[in-house]
Design a protein around this ligand. Structure first.
Ligand code: BG6
Length: 508
């Protein structure tokens, strides 16, 4: 049993037995929320599992001088967001290896001093010149920081030590900006040094899509146009924009979630089996999926924005009333579209995707709706009883699990068929996990394994699909916003999108 759990925790079909080389994780933008809420808790979880090298340090870098309080603040984050007990025997030793360095991101002299500072840690802690730089900063700094690091010789691909750079999202805001950013970063780093993060790929349940498909003989033979009627992918959030008005005004649901998280999930659902689970094979298969998607007609897209409403018991304000949001904003907080993958496996199978804020509940799910059997032997005389197709749900969050519905005979003297559920729950089988997705990704980046990171071509392929939609939307601003109340399932037009194909969104 312990072994099984180990395999599941390390995901994507391979056991993670390697421990990274001695190294320093250098986090730019360390005063931001991500470091405290996600990154430090994730690093400490790795330490708890014995997956960090013995010689290891973390250095937070930001503009403000917060050296005096940084470590205590990070410990607070590890306890609060990582669910770690203050008395954990490994915590004190770990915190002793957390340091802070203040500099402006545009000051070359600061980088030179940082280089010396890190070299001092190498001397003290034996970290051997290896660096994982994590750029948890605003996107306008991605290229600049990378280039300044390179200028100081801190990311030299030819050096005997290694330097890997993790770049947070958003990676560009359209095809041109993503290309430009790729050019700027690739000018100083080799592609193998670049780790474009999408935290959805760190989620166990997203990795499990591949395990489900390719570690079982049962599903793959029917995973195609002969048996599948359509697929729905939903990333619904009940939260609003959580104080991120200026960011979200520029982003919107399509750039924030559909172009990256949802497209990544889609590639796992739709790709062909890779030759092996290495970065190059997996990336190749993902890329083939995105490139096979037909240009999306704007008539097959829907955008929405929430007005005031009730989410659960909470009264929610409308998007336009949120802090630092234009009261006449046309930014979409909901986006849905229909995609067609024109390849042998998927031709003719529509894929409907949607993402939105302030929806009825938080649920991310892939729903695969199978075709009806060729003949209905058990038609009911009761016109209210319809025969439901088999439905497979890959529940990414919350209540992580997999459910398969099928028809069963209702006990009794007549033959009535009712859908019932076969249900696998992660929590029941493996216990609750405190992992936040970043553990796996940080570990892989230290190991230099890019399998679960976005590749240059992939990022450009998804932007190539989405940019024409963004342009068409911008040319034709919405006149009906807000068009869904907070706490609902989104705009009516999203229902109409499926209705015109004689379908409706599966109930979540
Ligand atoms: C982020 C988006 O990338 O993903 C947020 O910027 C969104 O707007 C978040 O809320 C969703 O992530 P998760 O892990 O909560 O589903």
């Amino acid at each position: 049993m312990a072994d099984e759990v180990h395999v599941a925790q390390t995901g994507v079909g391979k056991k993670q037995e390697r421990i990274p080389d001695p190294c320093i994780v250098v986090i730019f933008g360390a005063s931001g929320d991500l470091t405290k809420r996600k990154l430090l808790p994730a690093l400490f979880h790795l330490e708890q599992q014995g997956l960090l090298p013995e010689k290891f340090s973390v250095v937070g870098v930001a503009r403000r001088d917060i050296s005096a309080t940084f470590a205590a603040d990070m410990q607070d984050g590890i306890e609060k967001f990582g669910g770690v007990d203050a008395s954990d025997p490994k915590l004190k030793g770990f915190m002793e290896r957390v340091e802070y360095f203040a500099t402006n991101f545009d000051d070359d002299a600061g980088y030179a001093k940082l280089k010396d500072f890190l070299a001092g840690i190498d001397q003290k802690n034996g970290t051997k010149g290896n660096r994982l730089f994590y750029l948890a900063v605003a996107p306008e700094y991605f290229a600049d920081i990378t280039q300044r690091l390179s200028k100081q010789g801190m990311t030299n691909p030819e050096a005997p030590s290694w330097a890997h750079v993790i770049i947070e999202k958003p990676f560009g805001t359209d095809l041109d900006s993503a290309r430009k950013l790729n050019d700027e970063i690739n000018a100083v780093l080799k592609e193998e040094q670049i780790f474009r993060i999408d935290h959805y790929l760190g989620k166990e349940t997203v990795q499990n899509i591949l395990v489900f498909r390719f570690a079982n003989a049962l599903f793959e033979p029917i995973w195609n146009r002969n048996y599948i009627d359509h697929v729905e992918i939903t990333a619904a959030e009940s939260i609003g924009i959580e104080g991120r008005g200026p960011f979200y005004e520029q982003a919107g649901a399509l750039r924030d979630v559909l172009q990256n998280h949802v497209m990544e999930v889609l590639s796992f659902v739709a790709m062909e089996p890779p030759d092996s689970f290495d970065a190059s094979s997996v990336r190749t298969e993902k890329l083939k999926v995105w490139r096979a998607i037909e240009p999306i007609p704007v008539e097959d897209t829907v955008r929405g924005q929430y007005g005031p409403g009730k989410v659960g018991d909470e009264q929610a304000i409308g998007y336009r009333q949120e802090d630092r949001v234009n009261p006449e904003s046309t930014t979409e907080t909901y986006a849905a579209m229909k995609l067609q993958i024109e390849n042998w496996r998927w031709a003719g199978v529509p894929i409907y995707i949607r993402a939105g804020k302030r929806l009825a509940k938080r649920v991310t799910e892939v729903t695969v709706i199978f075709k009806q059997p060729p003949l209905h032997l058990f038609k009911s005389n009761d016109p209210n009883v319809t025969v439901e197709p088999n439905v497979l749900k890959l529940r990414i969050q919350p209540d992580e699990g997999i459910m398969l519905t099928f028809g069963a005979k209702v006990p009794g003297p007549t033959t009535n068929v009712k859908p019932v559920v076969m249900d696998f729950s992660y929590a029941d089988s493996f216990g609750k996990s405190s992992a936040n997705g970043y553990e796996r990704l940080l570990l892989d980046a230290m190991l230099g394994d890019g399998t679960l990171f976005a590749h240059r071509d992939g990022v450009e392929a998804t932007w190539a699909l989405m940019t024409p939609i963004l342009e068409a939307w911008a040319k034709n601003p919405p006149t009906d916003f807000p068009n869904y109340p907070a706490g609902s399932w989104g705009p009516e037009a999203a229902d109409a999108l499926l209705r015109k194909d004689g379908r409706k969104w599966h109930k979540l």
